[in-house]
Design a protein around this ligand. Structure first.
Ligand SMILES: NC(=O)c1ccc[n+]([C@@H]2O[C@H](COP(=O)([O-])OP(=O)(O)OC[C@H]3O[C@@H](n4cnc5c(N)ncnc54)[C@H](O)[C@@H]3O)[C@@H](O)[C@H]2O)c1
Ligand SMILES: O=C(O)C(=O)C[C@@H](O)[C@H](O)[C@H](O)COP(=O)(O)O
Length: 543
């Protein structure tokens, strides 16, 4: 029985001379994990080389030592990268142990080398006992025997052709640090969070797709260029569509322009949309996918923190009207979400910080662990600089994204069309959307939601659901992250009118999401106007 907490992070298998040891060592250095190579472990323990063991004790004795070493390390090498001798997986015991390891969530990495390259490396090596006396022929014979076993065991296959060992290690490090959140429901899909995950576009778009509309904004041009290159390499015809930035991209005029372009380009039902950028771009891209020929495949590639943690997942797609936010749209799920952490390197600090508003929201409604993490890391997070921030902060951010997406997934998996539970994700949004509108979208969404959450907390206090400490905690945490907690714009009547356009309202009755305690969201239906007015006054600041 293999315990996942004590097993290695990855086991590298493959033919002699494939470069397993180098790949393992370099990957381990990149992800700061320990590295072991079973041949080296055996040599250290026996006090002699593998060749000497073969010469003095024979192959069978060596295989016994190898099997013991592999079985021990599979059970007890927490988080490490382990490279195996080429013949190890051929033993029944090791094969079975590797199967168990896979089942426990382990990564078996098959490093595949071209036979020509493998044979030429084998011919140069003089320390491999199994290749003695005709290295090339022996290598080919072993390759024919072992290849299908490697393939059967592999969870990740890396081909060494046309690439450098360093680039291979980078790819493996990326794959090993990737996190996946599954969203279930009528059309299930995965949210992948990791460096370089844009490389998985082809997996999600599939071979039936011929044309891809790549919808993005100008500030993320560098990332859309990368995605376009990957899509073209994979054989798709790419129609590049740069839309106006931020909320200016969420209009019916922009949708109309895209629909007309798709018609001109001959987009059919088997073609697809990729939305790349902040939440505004992914909202518009999803809306296009939902409406073109009544619905085609789409993949979201969020590049802002807010889009990664919230907008790209859950299938709320849509555009704004002059009269209010997100008033037109549909629930339409993506085929997958690829949150490529490398894109955060170009994200300006203020846009990163607003994204923390939705992260905090998920903490307030469900996950106290998120709140603790935000409290502890507030100072580093609020000064996040994609270019400069170190690997440590990168891991913190990846954890926060994963946890926040998990909160989102829990809600949308059971209530895609927002008939109850999903409404909790709207914490802070009833006032937040009104602020955005009144401020003509000069306020960022996450900042407006932050004030909206303080308003909701005040409303909960006034109506007897929360105590003053919890309200103070909202203000303290949000401001420590660089988020706004007060707003002096608009007037109450204007705000009230806009709140009546909120999608949670029914008839003339308003509905708010408030907390009964941290992590305990509830509905507040039709509160008295006096309570709303008092909460509104509480978010004003004397100037
Ligand atoms: N559909 C949903 O469930 C959902 C959830 C939350 C928010 N939203 C919507 O998302 C929008 C807010 O998203 P947002 O905060 O990402 O704002 P945004 O889309 O306006 O993006 C903010 C700015 O950052 C730029 N940008 C994004 N990624 C970048 C990068 N890596 N490098 C440099 N610049 C980058 C954008 O081009 C834009 O200028 C709102 O319209 C909101 O209503 C939707
Ligand atoms: O996914 C949801 O559901 C949400 O409410 C998430 C919100 O953070 C998001 O801003 C959403 O776009 C708001 O939707 P709306 O229905 O209030 O327009």
């Amino acid at each position: 029985m293999i315990e996942s907490s004590s097993m290695p992070k990855a086991v590298v298998i493959g033919m002699p001379g494939a470069g397993k040891t180098r790949l393992g060592r370099e990957t381990a250095a990149l992800i700061k994990a320990p590295f072991r190579d079973t041949d080296q472990c055996i040599e250290e323990e026996a006090g002699r080389s593998v060749s000497e063991i073969f010469d003095t004790q024979g192959e069978q004795a060596f295989r016994g030592m190898e099997t013991r070493a592999v079985l021990d390390l599979l059970k007890d090498f927490p988080g490490g990268i382990l490279s195996l001798g080429g013949g190890a997986p051929m033993s029944t015991e090791v094969f079975q142990a590797l199967q168990d390891y896979r089942l426990a969530g382990g990564a078996v990495v098959y490093l595949e080398v071209d036979p020509e390259e493998g044979v030429s490396r084998a011919a140069r090596s003089d320390h491999r006992p199994l290749l003695r006396g005709g290295a090339s022929e022996r290598w080919m014979a072993l390759y024919r025997e072992r290849r299908s076993v490697y393939q059967e065991l592999a969870t990740i296959t890396l081909k060494s052709r046309n690439t450098t060992p360093r680039a291979l290690a980078r790819r493996l490090a990326d794959a090993l640090t990737e996190r996946v959140v599954h969203v279930s429901g009528p059309d299930p899909y995965d949210v992948r969070i990791g460096a370089g995950v844009t490389g998985r576009l082809h997996e999600l778009l599939g071979d039936q797709t011929m044309r891809v509309a790549l919808i993005h904004t100008q500030p993320v041009q560098r990332h859309s260029d990368h995605a376009r290159a990957l899509l073209r390499q994979a054989g798709y015809q790419v129609v590049d569509l740069t839309i106006p930035d931020a909320e200016a991209g969420k209009t019916i005029q922009v949708s109309q322009g895209i629909w007309e372009r798709l018609a001109t380009e001959g987009f059919t039902r088997s073609d697809a949309v990729v939305g790349l950028g902040g939440g505004a771009a992914t909202d518009q891209a999803g809306f296009i996918a939902a409406t073109w020929m009544r619905g085609i495949r789409y993949v979201n590639c969020p590049t802002s923190l807010l889009a990664m943690v919230d907008a790209s997942t859950g299938g709320k797609t849509g555009i704004n009207l002059e009269q209010g936010k997100n008033l037109v749209g549909s629930f339409y799920t993506p085929a997958g979400v690829l949150a490529d952490l490398r894109t955060l390197r170009t994200l300006p600090n203020d846009i990163f910080v607003e994204g923390l508003g939705e992260v905090a929201k998920s903490g307030f409604i469900m996950d106290g662990g998120i709140l603790r993490e935000l409290e502890e890391r507030a100072e580093s997070l609020r000064s996040f600089d994609g270019q400069e921030s170190d690997q440590w902060l990168g891991t913190v951010v990846q954890d926060l994204i994963e946890r926040t997406v998990e909160v989102k997934a829990r809600h949308v998996s059971v209530d895609l069309k927002e008939s109850g539970l999903r409404e909790f994700l709207n914490y802070g949004h009833t006032l937040g959307h009104a602020i955005e509108k009144i401020e003509h979208f000069t306020w960022r969404h996450g900042q407006a939601v932050s004030v909206g959450m303080v308003f909701a907390a005040e409303l909960a206090r006034i109506t007897g659901h929360l105590d003053q400490d919890a309200v103070d905690y909202h203000r303290r945490l949000l401001s420590s992250l660089g988020l706004r907690t007060w707003w002096n714009g608009g007037d109450f009547d204007q705000v009230l009118a806009l709140m009546h356009r909120d999608k949670k309202a029914r008839g003339n009755k308003l509905r708010f999401i408030i907390l009964d305690g941290l992590g305990k969201p509830t509905h507040l239906d039709d509160p008295p106007v006096s309570a709303l007015k008092e909460a509104f006054q509480a978010i004003r600041k004397e100037e």
